[in-house]
Design a protein around this ligand. Sequence first.
Ligand SMILES: [Fe+2]
Length: 301
Amino acid sequence: MDNINIIKISSELKAQKGLLQSDELFDNFMKVRNQTLEIVKPLEIEDYVVQTEAFMSPPRWHLGHLSWFYDQLLRKYYTGYKAHKEDYDFYFNSYYLSFGELFNKSKRGTISRPTVKETLEYFNWVNKEVQNFLKSENEKLNNEIVQLFILGFNHEYQHQELMVYDLQHLLADKYKPVELNQPPSVVLNVNREMIKIKGGIFEMGFDKGNYKDMFAYDIEMPVHKVYLNDFHIDKYPVTNGDYLEFINDSGYKNFRFWLSEGWEAVKQNNWSAPLYWQKGDNGEWIKIDFRGETNISENKR
Ligand SMILES: [Fe+2]
């Protein structure tokens, strides 16, 4: 991912200076697209269409939706462009009301068309059309178009992250990533310290004026002032050991530790541990993810 981020930043800088060539933009585009394909590479055909929960989306939908985004861009800027299939819009649009009626998000796994084969054809077809478009635009590649592509790349990074979450829900330890990074080593004896932050007026938001070479969504701008009261915050992120202690201390049985919506969800869903935690045969807690099964007590801190 680091390489991709460097590409992203250098593209932005060059775009602003009017130096970015369309073939370079296309190279960057294909790197992002290939990274998406790498995530779905280990999947079987059946995995692409299943929706295991309302909050996740089937991998087929992600692939089509990501392609739909560039498809919309081409429809606006590519003279003479002919959309692949207009009837894909209804299924692959997600939340852009301005592009028409939306398909119910929680029912993305209830239809079998477009098929996986058709969706992959659409994915590759969009890649080819983007290549044709950028070739035809070489002389007039303007900053507006480049910025929209960079927005498209960031949209795709976001979905790549979502796909990983969704694959965890769909397959957990049955998903074998093409590349599996080593988890960070276990840190023993994390110092449980809280820091007091004094209240006052703070600035938040992204300062585009000072960081022209960085990408940010428009909702992250502009820089603005906010007032915060005094507060305490943990010095380190919560550990599995902390969660374990919370469970053993009846955390899932006591409303005092929950906001009302959370407590309702605990009762309704009978939650007694975080998602993907299971009790082993000997009563120990086990976490299930792409690495397989991990005993929680082993990496307590
Ligand atoms: Fe999206």
